[in-house]
Unconditional design. Structure first.
Length: 139
């Protein structure tokens, strides 16, 4: 299957947002393994979301159906109440439940007004599977 045939959302973005997402994908240990076409499809597919301070974006132990990139603001990552990390613009989170089909390993809460980019599991799978199919076809 060619990348053009991928049935994934195409959300228009500013050059600045595209470079923030592309940079986050390149720096992530898992997402950097995607081919160029898949990384482009991923940049296209992220959807915007906004939340206020105190909003819990995802909760430890629950099912996960999306992964996120921070566009603006700060969030805290906590595990059993212990603060692990502060997330800043350009950081990826919520990828573990999507990549490993496990429950959310931590809770992520907005510390400020936040703007996020989100991609759902189905879209992520569509993009990654297209690469796997193409790689098999090349062997
Ligand atoms: P996920 O398990 O899907 O949801 C919770 C997210 O918190 C997880 O993906 C990671 O993105 C993030 N996370 C989990 N553990 C840590 C950690 N030790 N340090 C930083 N981030 C983490």
């Amino acid at each position: 299957a060619s990348d053009e045939a991928l049935q994934v959302p195409h959300v228009p973005k500013s050059p600045r947002d595209r470079s923030l997402i592309a940079g986050a994908v390149e720096r992530n240990d898992f997402l950097r393994l995607l081919g160029e076409g898949q990384a482009d499809a991923m940049v296209q597919s992220f959807m915007p979301a906004w939340h206020g301070p105190g909003h819990t974006v995802l909760a430890e132990g629950t099912d996960g159906d999306a992964m996120y990139i921070v566009a603006e603001g700060e969030l805290s990552v906590t595990q059993r109440g212990c603060r692990l990390r502060t997330l800043l613009p350009g950081d990826v989170f919520g990828e573990l439940a999507i990549l490993y089909n496990c429950k959310r390993t931590a809770t992520v809460t907005a510390l400020t007004q936040i703007r996020l980019w989100a991609i759902d599991r189905q879209t992520y799978r569509t993009i990654v599977t297209s690469q796997a199919k193409r790689r098999r076809a090349e062997i």
